[in-house]
Design a protein around this ligand. Structure first.
Ligand code: SF4
Length: 95
């Protein structure tokens, strides 16, 4: 899998995250899979905003091996959505 084919984050509604800008993620890439939830491990609620100027982020890695989109600890979905109180991956689908 090349970086050109990594899943994009189509939407993230976690406004409290420093990387969130108008319901979009501006981190270069995120890691999903803090157990037990499919939580975004990149979530950080600092008092400063960060990230890149662009708002196209990618899923760099995901440790939710029990998700139907997961293959060898990488996400194979075309894109994912992130939301909910704990910055969960809403595209998670149990096998
Ligand atoms: S869709 Fe599944 S494999 Fe992809 S990031 Fe979400 S939990 Fe991980």
């Amino acid at each position: 899998m090349s970086t050109a084919t990594l899943p994009t984050i189509s939407n993230c509604t976690v406004a409290a995250c420093s990387y969130n800008h108008a319901d979009a993620c501006s981190a270069a890439a995120v890691t999903i899979g803090t157990k037990p939830e499919a939580a975004c491990a990149t979530f950080i609620p600092l008092s400063v905003k960060g990230g890149l100027d662009r708002v196209t982020s990618f899923v760099g890695a995901c440790t939710k091996a029990d998700c139907s989109h997961n293959s060898h600890l990488e996400c194979t979905a075309e894109s994912i959505r992130i939301g909910a109180d704990k910055a969960d991956c809403l595209t998670y689908s149990a096998r």
